[in-house]
Structures are given as C-alpha cells and as structure tokens.
Write a protein that binds this ligand. Structure first.
Ligand code: SF4
Length: 368
C-alpha cells in the first residue's frame, strides 16, 4: 500500500501555502463554474495584492500567487461568494463535464454539482477528506472520468455508473441516488483511510461500496475544446460557447477582466481553458475578435494545446529551472507528443498521458 503524508498541506483560500514568491491562495470552483462578477473580484485581488495573474489548475480551480495580505484577499473572495464554508473550503473538490447541459452528453450534471457541493458542506465529518480527494461527474462524453478522481459518476445509457479511482465498479445508480452515493463513499473513506489521502492508496478501494468490482478506467483527455462551439442542448439552439485555452494556465488579471466584461457564465476546465457560455452570435463574434489578440487560444491546431508546465522557478523553491519559460521556448521545435515540463520529481499537474519532462539543472530528462 502507498501511504500518504500524515498532514494535508493542500492550500485553500484560508489555509494558504507559503511559496517562494509569497502566499499562494487556491479558490475551489465546484464544476469549474464562476460568474463574471466573481472573476472580476479575483482579478482585483491579484492586481491589488498579488502577482497580477490567475493560474488555472489541472482540477479546474483558480489560484493566486504572491498575495501580500491573506486576510484582505480572503475577505474579498468570501464577499464574492467563493468561500461559502470556512471549514470545508478545501474539500469542495468537484470536477464535472464542462460543456454539460449546453453541448452533447447524456445528461445535464450541473444540478448534481450544486447538490453535491451543498451535501459536502453539510457533513462535518467530510472536513477530514483533505484537499486532494476529489469527485467527478461525467455526463457520458468521457472527458472528466479519465482524470481518475477518487469517486465519480459516469452517465451511461443504462444508468449512472459509480467510479472508484476513475474505474467503473459495475454499480449502476438511479439519478436521485447519485449524490447520496458519492457522499456515502466519501464518508466510508474517512472511516477506513488510515493515513491515505486518495482512494487509490487504499489496499482495497472496492471496499468503499458493497458489491463494487473495479473494472476498466477511461482514456485520458488532455486537450480542451477550443474555438466556436454551437450549443445543441434543448432550447439552446443559436447560443454559442467560446472555448479559450490559456497558455501554460497563466491568465493575466487584465485578460480576466476582459473575459468578465462579456458578462456571460464562465467555466474553468481541468485542461487550463475557459469556456464563455450562452452567447448570441454577434456577441461571440466580437468577443472572439477582442480576446484572441490578448493571447487566448481559439485554434485547435495551436501548439499551445500540446504543452504545459508546473509553476517552477521562481515561484517554487523546489524547482531546478524556470520550466514555464522552457515550455514556451519548446514551441520552437515541432512535436506530436504532448509535453509537460516539471521542476522536480513531484511532477505537479502532470496530465494522465503524454511525456513528462523533468528539469535536471542541465536540461531535461523524460520522467515518463
Ligand atoms: S513539480 Fe516540483 S518544482 Fe514544479 S511546482 Fe511541483 S514542487 Fe514545484
């Protein structure tokens, strides 16, 4: 059995991480959903108290670096409605199919996101989950199921499949049982976890649900949907979602303000992109013309979609190199393989497939 650390150091908005460049604040966004007003608030915090950038994480959250006044930042984040629970802020880890309810899929999982978030916050025991345990809700298109969350649901045509560590268990649930089942698994995990923080660290993950048998996982998706996306869900014809990839996941606060100025619902995806949703054609057309020159990526053939990096130097003291600069520089060489650059063997943010390149201080060597 793999044993985790005894303490959970995963940062949040209140329990921050002291990085080499100052306090790191992570804001959980269940299902990646964020309003324009909330994004404006975070951009303001970053501009006024931080590095002037927002980082998109591999779990569809946002983080702010180099925060000089953590209390003031938390007050602004709370006032924006992004900190609904001081006790449970780090365990609201819910990833969901970002286009659900708007394009494709077998179901609209967004109501489950809200229901699950409320149920997690209502259960005192679940504070013990820690910040790394996460839940996935896949509407059947097989995008977030491949991320290997600790517990999840995948909507099949014959029912809602319960997943453990990203693997189908053979258990099928009715829609009304989805959230109670996810909460039951999370509760059971707190009982049997020992000092494991993730389901795949347990000796027998199937013990989390009666009759569960771990089967196959799902292929990893590593690229976001970008560009002009026609919404085809019922009563949504004519509406457009714009998919904008954010190079290396670093969004300048100034560009975030432009995104917020569209005043549309926004979704942060686990593939470091932003969806700007529910636009009419004229607004989408103008938004595309404004946002593309600001560095957001709308071209599905862009090499930016094939490269990512951890924080690296100077933000992370463990790093052997400025991996973001090196990742950007790597675009000068064509590569068919998706590459993730990391500054140490922790390999933060590594996608489930593709090449992981480790900085040695004298170049890079493949870690995977
Ligand atoms: S992989 Fe290492 S260097 Fe990169 S952010 Fe994580 S801890 Fe820092």
């Amino acid at each position: 059995m793999v044993r985790g650390r005894d303490t959970d150091a995963c940062p949040g908005a209140l329990q921050v991480h002291q990085a080499a460049d100052g306090a790191l604040v992570r804001v959980r966004l269940p299902g990646g959903a964020i309003t324009a007003a909330q994004l404006t608030a975070l951009a303001g915090v970053s501009n006024g108290l931080g590095s002037g950038t927002l980082e998109l994480t591999a779990r569809g959250n946002l983080q702010l670096r180099a925060i000089t006044d953590v209390t003031a930042a938390a007050e602004t984040i709370a006032a924006a409605g992004l900190l609904p629970s001081a006790t449970h802020e780090r365990v609201r880890n819910i990833v969901a199919s970002p286009l659900s309810g708007r394009v494709g899929g077998h179901a609209d999982v967004r109501p489950w996101v809200q229901e699950l978030d409320a149920a997690i916050r209502a259960e005192p025991t679940l504070v013990e989950l820690g910040g790394r345990f996460w839940c996935s809700l896949d509407d059947g298109r097989a995008d977030v199921s491949g991320l290997g969350a600790d517990v999840g649901v995948h909507v099949f045509e014959d029912g809602c499949g319960l997943l453990l560590a990203g693997r189908d268990t053979g258990v099928r649930l009715a829609g009304e049982d989805v959230v109670p089942a996810l909460i039951a698994v999370a509760m059971r995990f707190t009982e049997i976890r020992g000092n494991a923080w993730r389901v795949n660290e347990l000796d027998d993950p199937a013990a989390l649900w009666p009759g569960a048998q771990l089967g196959e996982g799902f292929p990893a998706v590593t690229r976001p949907a970008v560009g002009w996306i026609d919404q085809d869900a019922p009563k949504q014809q004519g509406r457009i979602t714009l998919g904008a990839a954010v190079p290396l996941g670093v969004l300048p606060a100034r560009v975030a303000e432009y995104l917020a100025a569209i005043e549309a619902p926004l979704v942060i995806t686990p593939w470091r992109s932003v969806l700007v949703c529910d636009l009419d054609e004229a607004v989408a057309d103008v938004a595309l013309r404004v946002l593309a020159p600001l560095g957001l990526v709308f071209d599905e053939n862009s090499p930016w979609l094939n490269v990512s990096a951890c924080t690296g130097s100077p933000g992370c003291a463990r790093s052997a190199a400025d991996v973001r600069a090196d990742a950007a520089g790597s675009l000068e060489t064509e590569s068919d393989v998706r590459r993730h650059f990391v500054g140490c063997e922790r390999a933060c943010g590594s996608p489930a497939s593709g090449q992981v390149l480790l900085a040695t201080g004298d170049g890079y060597r493949p870690l995977r």
